[in-house]
Design a protein around this ligand. Structure first.
Ligand SMILES: C[S@@+](CC[C@H](N)C(=O)[O-])C[C@H]1O[C@@H](n2cnc3c(N)ncnc32)[C@H](O)[C@@H]1O
Length: 337
């Protein structure tokens, strides 16, 4: 595969950069973790303040030419790891940090690379791995039972026609292995009950479901935000930009149920003293959205939601309730071929 990230076509427009920088307040210096480096927009924004250090992670090896350039420019201030953010504690060590930022999902660099199968506009192979995944969309489509395919498409894609799509996938693969994007698009279009409106492409939800599954995105998100909370200083901030409702539900639940504004009497914390512990200061359930000017400049930003929470002074404890609450998704993502 050709690495095209240096081409101007492969630029990623950082979503709500001004808002992210304002919340991080890097003018005072400090250590920041950029969990989703992508095109490096947030990292560059933070590093433009001279007293800062950035530890960046991205699971995608195809963005390494951008990270290499930044390493040369910001010597001893910028550190990059090709790792999943669920593993962020392995690169941070014992130091506590000022803020951790997540900008979830795909970068336009990945989406526009038509060889990776993320876009239903491409004619490429059905890969859909952002990197460091142990399966591909093609493997899932050709090997999973109809029932498993239906659950993935219905639960992770919230696709109403999941049954029909799963049935037609299984029927089609008996005749010919499903390897290319256009084969899958044809199956989905044939299966959809309603004829399509121009607003949302009929393949959107199934593609989203497969991508979430291949990259285990809900498991990653839950492990990532828990590990981020563990390495934050008291008063440190965790910021998350999400693009679909499932991600936002996880983030909202985590911030509001483990903050001082919510008393969490839970069977996991029977002790009175433990009951009163929180991971975050009072959480106001505030959502920040891109301005109209930003949406005009970068239309994909329209579905972005930014939430942030501030780490409390309490000692870290493992938020087991978060796993229980989203068990359905975690179990689903642990299916294997
Ligand atoms: C929306 S882009 C980030 C763009 C970045 N904020 C910028 O300004 O250029 C998301 C990036 O996160 C990476 N990513 C997604 N899930 C990840 C995970 N679990 N671990 C590490 N990187 C991940 C993707 O590979 C992609 O490059």
């Amino acid at each position: 595969m050709i690495n095209k990230t240096s081409s101007p076509d492969y630029f990623h427009f950082p979503v709500m950069l001004d808002e992210v920088i304002k919340i991080c307040s890097p003018h005072k210096g400090g250590i920041y973790i950029d969990c989703t480096f992508g095109g490096g927009g947030y990292s560059k924004g933070i590093l433009s303040f001279s007293q800062t250090k950035v530890i960046a992670l991205d699971r995608d090896r195809f963005i390494q030419n951008i990270s290499k350039k930044m390493k040369k420019k910001y010597i001893n201030r910028f550190f990059f790891y090709q790792k999943k953010f669920s593993e962020l504690n392995t690169v941070v060590g014992n130091q506590l940090v000022d803020a951790v930022v997540f900008d979830l999902g795909l970068s336009s660099i990945q989406l526009k690379n038509l060889e990776r199968g993320f876009s239903f506009k491409s004619k490429g192979n059905l890969d859909m791995s952002m990197g460091l995944s142990n399966t591909s969309a093609a493997e899932v489509l050709n090997n999973f039972s109809e029932q498993k395919l239906k659950s993935i498409i219905k639960i992770l894609g919230e696709e109403k026609d999941a049954s029909k799509i799963a049935k037609n996938i299984v029927r089609s693969r008996k005749e010919k292995k499903i390897t290319n994007v256009d084969q899958l698009v044809e199956i989905i279009e044939r299966s959809k009950k309603k004829k399509f409106t121009t607003k949302i492409n009929p393949s959107t939800k199934t593609f989203q479901a497969l991508r979430i599954f291949v990259n285990k995105e809900i498991t990653e998100l839950i492990e990532g935000i828990v590990n981020a909370t563990k390495v934050l200083k008291p008063g440190g901030k965790i910021l998350i930009v999400s693009f679909h409702s499932l991600e936002d539900r996880v983030v909202k639940y985590f911030f509001s149920n483990f903050s001082t504004s919510k008393s969490k009497s839970s069977r996991y914390f029977p002790d009175k003293e433990e009951d009163s512990r929180s991971l975050f200061d009072s959480y106001k359930n505030r959502i920040i959205k891109p301005s109209n000017t930003e949406i005009i400049k970068n239309p994909p930003s329209r579905s972005a939601k930014l939430r942030f929470a501030i780490r409390s002074k309490d000692k870290f404890f493992y938020p087991k309730d978060l796993l229980n609450k989203f068990k359905k998704y975690l179990n689903l993502e642990s299916f294997y071929v």
